[in-house]
Design a binder for this molecule. Structure first.
Ligand code: SF4
Ligand code: SF4
Length: 372
C-alpha cells in the first residue's frame, strides 16, 4: 500500500513543510544582518581611530566572534586559573555559548547562524544551477579530506592546550598583538592583500565545484562542534514502520548522509539543518527528537531555541560584566599609532617579546587578571 496516500496527515505535513521552508533562511538572514551591522560599526570605529576623528561610535563587542584563537586561549587560561580576562571577553562568551548549544542542539550553529553556512547554501544553489545536479567527491577522496579539519583542530588543541603554560597564555593575552587582534583582522580584509584575494577566490571556486567544501573539509570550528554534537541527546530519528523509502531525505541532505537507511543519524557531519525533516512527506516519520522519538523539535522551535540561547547567553554576560572589554579609547589610539612596531607581530600562535612600558601601555596589564 502507498503509505504516503494512506496518511492524510502526511499530506498536510508536506504542505506545512513547504510553507516553513524559508524559516532557516530567515534566521540565517537575521544573523547575517547582525554580522554586517557589527562589521560596519567596527569598520567606522577603526577608520575614525586611524584618522584621529573620534571615535564617535563604540567598538561592537560582537566583533570578537571572529577571534577564535584568542577565545580558545582565554578558555584555556580560564580553565587553569579561573580568571575571565577582560581583553576579548565577548569572544570567549560566544565560544562558550556556541559550544554549549552544540552539546544540546547539535551543529545548528553551522547551518542556522554562521555566515559561511549561508554562503555555502547560496553557492550550492549556484552549483545546482550550473551542473543541474549535486556533484561530490568520490568516497576515497572524501574520507581523508574530511579528516583535514580534525587535523587542523588537533594542531590548535596541541598548540594551546599542550604546548602553552599559564605564563605563555598570559603573555599572549596581554600582548600588543592580542589587544588589537580585531584591528589586525580588519587590516587583513580591508583592503584585502593579494594573498587574501587568492585564498578567498580558491575557496569560493572549490565550494562552487564541491558544495560545502570549506565546511566539510577545512573548518576546524565545524570539527569542534561536530565532535561535540555526537554527544547531543537530540538526533534525527526515522520511524522505519512509517517510512516509505522515498529517499527524499537523503537527496536533500547537504552532508550526504543516507538518512533513509538510518534509525538515527549519528554523524559528526549532520548540521541539524532539518532539510531532511522538512522534505519527508510522511508526518512524524523523520524527527529531530530524543531517544524513542520523544519530544520532537519542529524547525520553528529549533530556531527559537537557538536564538534564545544567544539572547540569554549574551544578556547574562552583559549583566555579569563579561561583555565589554577593558581597553579604553586612549589605549586604542596608542595602538593605532604604533601598529607597525615589531611587538605587534604574530607568528603561528606565538608573539614576540614585548615591553608594555616601552609601548606606553604600562597600565594595560590589569585587564588580563580580570580586574578593572
Ligand atoms: S541529516 Fe538532515 S539535519 Fe542532518 S545534515 Fe542531513 S539534512 Fe541536515
Ligand atoms: S524518512 Fe526519508 S525515505 Fe522515509 S519517508 Fe521520510 S523522506 Fe522518505
Amino acid at each position: 500500500m502507498d503509505k504516503q496516500r494512506s496518511n492524510p496527515s502526511g499530506q498536510a505535513r508536506s504542505e506545512t513543510s513547504r510553507r516553513s521552508l524559508p524559516l532557516r533562511t530567515i534566521v540565517q538572514g537575521f544573523f547575517l544582518a547582525l554580522t554586517v551591522l557589527i562589521g560596519v560599526q567596527f569598520t567606522i570605529f577603526a577608520w575614525q581611530l586611524r584618522h584621529g576623528t573620534g571615535p564617535t561610535v563604540g567598538r561592537p563587542p560582537g566583533v570578537e566572534a571572529f577571534l577564535p584563537i584568542s577565545s580558545v586561549i582565554s578558555l584555556r587560561y580560564w580553565l587553569l586559573t579561573g580568571v575571565f580576562n577582560r581583553i576579548h571577553p565577548a569572544g570567549f562568551v560566544l565560544l562558550l555559548i556556541i559550544g554549549s548549544v552544540s552539546l544540546l542542539l547539535k551543529r545548528g550553529f553551522c547551518s542556522w547562524v554562521c555566515p559561511f553556512g549561508l554562503l555555502g547554501d547560496c553557492l550550492e544553489k549556484v552549483h545546482r544551477a550550473l551542473f543541474r545536479r549535486r556533484l561530490s567527491l568520490p568516497r576515497f577522496l572524501d574520507y581523508p579530506l574530511r579528516s583535514l579539519k580534525y587535523l587542523l583542530l588537533l594542531f590548535f588543541v596541541w598548540a594551546i592546550f599542550v604546548r602553552m603554560d599559564v605564563l605563555q597564555l598570559e603573555r599572549f593575552i596581554a600582548s600588543p598583538y592580542n589587544r588589537v587582534a580585531d584591528l589586525m583582522m580588519l587590516r587583513f580584509f580591508a583592503p584585502p592583500s593579494r594573498t587574501t584575494v587568492v585564498v578567498l577566490a580558491v575557496l569560493t571556486a572549490l565550494t562552487l565545484a564541491v558544495p560545502f567544501f570549506w565546511c566539510r573539509y577545512l573548518c576546524p570550528y565545524g570539527a569542534r562542534l561536530g565532535g561535540r554534537s555526537l554527544l547531543s541527546p537530540f538526533k534525527i530519528r526515522r520511524d522505519p514502520d512509517q517510512c516509505i523509502t522515498c529517499k527524499r531525505c537523503s537527496a536533500v541532505c547537504p552532508a550526504r548522509i543516507p538518512v533513509h537507511r538510518a534509525y538515527s543519524v549519528r554523524s559528526d557531519e549532520c548540521h541539524a539543518c532539518l532539510r531532511c525533516v522538512q522534505a519527508c512527506p510522511v508526518a512524524q516519520t523523520l524527527t529531530l527528537s530524543l531517544p524513542g522519538r520523544r519530544t520532537p523539535v519542529s524547525p520553528r522551535r529549533y530556531a527559537a531555541a537557538l536564538i534564545l540561547a544567544f539572547l540569554l547567553g549574551t544578556s547574562g554576560a552583559r549583566l555579569a560584566g563579561h561583555w565589554h572589554n577593558a581597553i579604553p579609547e586612549r589605549e586604542y589610539r596608542l595602538h593605532v599609532a604604533q601598529m607597525g612596531h615589531p611587538a605587534y607581530q604574530h607568528n603561528r600562535g606565538t608573539v614576540p617579546d614585548y615591553d608594555l612600558g616601552e609601548l606606553g601601555l604600562q597600565d594595560a596589564g590589569a585587564a588580563v587578571d580580570g580586574t578593572p
